[in-house]
Design a protein around this ligand. Structure first.
Ligand SMILES: Nc1nc2c(ncn2[C@@H]2O[C@H](COP(=O)(O)OP(=O)(O)OP(=O)(O)O)[C@@H](O)[C@H]2O)c(=O)[nH]1
Ligand SMILES: [Mg+2]
Ligand SMILES: [Zn+2]
Length: 378
């Protein structure tokens, strides 16, 4: 593992262990002692004992479990997080063992909302230290400045919230979310909120765009309560991440579903028509009717993480049936002739809006979609 610069306490000239592991014969010629010196090349590596999780290949730290409890990360407050113990539902305010940040591919993802963790309570207090993060299943991640940003972990469905107006409806953003949920094998529910602000016919067109390719679509209003009973039913018994642009009404919808939540909401700015980023950190909330929801902060852009441009077509579910009709096996469906996907767009079997989203994802150099590879430098 890379050692973080500010944690480095001494300078080694060479790393005997690594050298010998990579070339066992060199052991015979190796120095008997390792020299410690203030000068020389810095090696910023550290050895951590960890097993790999069979499913995700994520490192799982070996630790002594005596005195530890298991729990779920509900939220963050500054550098500490609130963990609920599985055994008795008690809440603990926990710090994070530094080594976990070293283990994480990116230290900001070391522990995230929704994580299942092993933590060590400090005496009889309601404070503790997180010692281990269990492998994540069902994460909602996006790509931010070329790095993975995990929004929430261990959910089974994503509620993609868009608003009919204020801010205006962007199907391109919905399509990016859908690609991401397909990549992660989560189920998606599309929620078109603020239906009280527009003519229902235009909303029905958008709803049809997605329902005809197999996604569940809800039309809701947190103001008139339209669609709220259906939303409550979809959330009950599931672990759902609620995501979408700022100001679309994510927190308002959750308040409507469960008035005990008392989530903070705020007006959309009249000037910019954008939300005010009222929800700042993701929070995991138990629903009175059963299940969990994660209210997450609004995002400006959603860059898909963990997909190469060549893979994108497979995550547009309605394209799959037409791809076998492309002449070229590596068809990008952007400019080629004899393309099954383009033919289907031409005669209306694939919606033009969806195809346009595909082309933007596939070709826009400003929006790289990159493969999730473990950092190998250093
Ligand atoms: N007309 C109308 N307004 C709504 C509806 N739902 C939410 N709003 C309003 O939209 C504004 C933003 O709502 P929030 O619930 O704070 O939005 P959010 O998606 O949680 O925003 P962030 O936390 O910033 O990501 C508030 O003024 C709400 O009252 C709706 O169905 N109809
Ligand atoms: Mg909110
Ligand atoms: Zn093609």
């Amino acid at each position: 593992m890379d050692l973080r610069r500010n944690r480095q306490t001494r300078v080694r000239q060479q790393n005997l262990t690594q050298q010998i592991l990579s070339n066992p014969e060199s052991a015979e010629d190796a120095d008997i002692r390792e020299r410690l010196t203030g000068k020389g090349d810095l090696t910023r590596r550290r050895t951590i004992l960890a097993a790999s999780d069979a499913d995700t290949d994520a490192p799982v730290r070996d630790i002594d479990l005596t005195g530890c409890l298991t729990g779920r990360v509900l939220s963050f407050a500054g550098l500490t997080c609130i963990v609920q113990s599985d055994a008795d539902r008690r809440l603990f305010e926990c710090t994070i063992r530094g080594v976990l940040r070293t283990l994480a591919r990116d230290s900001r993802n070391a522990v995230v909302t929704g994580d299942r963790v092993v933590f060590r309570p400090e005496g009889d207090t309601d404070q503790g230290v997180i010692e281990r993060v269990e492998p994540r299943h069902g994460t909602l991640s996006r790509c931010s400045h070329g790095k993975e940003h995990v929004l929430v972990a261990n959910v089974d469905q994503i509620l993609i919230v868009a608003s009919a107006s204020q801010p205006e409806l962007k199907t391109n953003l919905i399509d990016r979310y859908l690609v991401s949920t397909e990549v992660n094998g989560l189920s998606a529910v599309i929620c078109l909120n603020k239906c009280d602000l527009v003519d229902m016919n235009t909303l029905h067109d958008v709803a049809h765009l997605y329902s005809r390719i197999g996604y569940r679509v809800l039309i809701t209003s947190a103001v008139t309560q339209e669609g709220i009973p259906q939303l409550r039913q979809i959330l009950t018994g599931h672990e759902t991440a609620v995501s979408g642009q700022s100001g679309v009404g994510k927190s308002s919808l959750l308040n409507a579903v469960d008035p005990n939540l008392h989530l903070e909401t705020a007006d959309v700015s009249a000037w910019s028509q954008k939300g005010r980023h009222t929800t700042r950190r993701a929070r995991l909330l138990p629903l009175a009717a059963g299940g969990w929801v994660a209210d997450t902060p609004g995002i400006r852009q959603f860059e898909v993480w963990d997909v190469t441009p060549e893979e994108v077509d497979g995550f547009f579910v309605e394209f799959r049936a037409f791809i076998p009709f492309c002449r070229y096996p590596d068809c990008s469906h952007v400019h080629e002739d004899h393309c099954g996907v383009r033919d289907a767009v031409a005669d209306g079997r694939i919606a033009r809006r969806r195809y346009d989203s595909y082309v933007r994802l596939r070709t826009d150099p400003q929006r790289p979609v990159r493969k999730n590879v473990r950092d190998t430098d250093g």
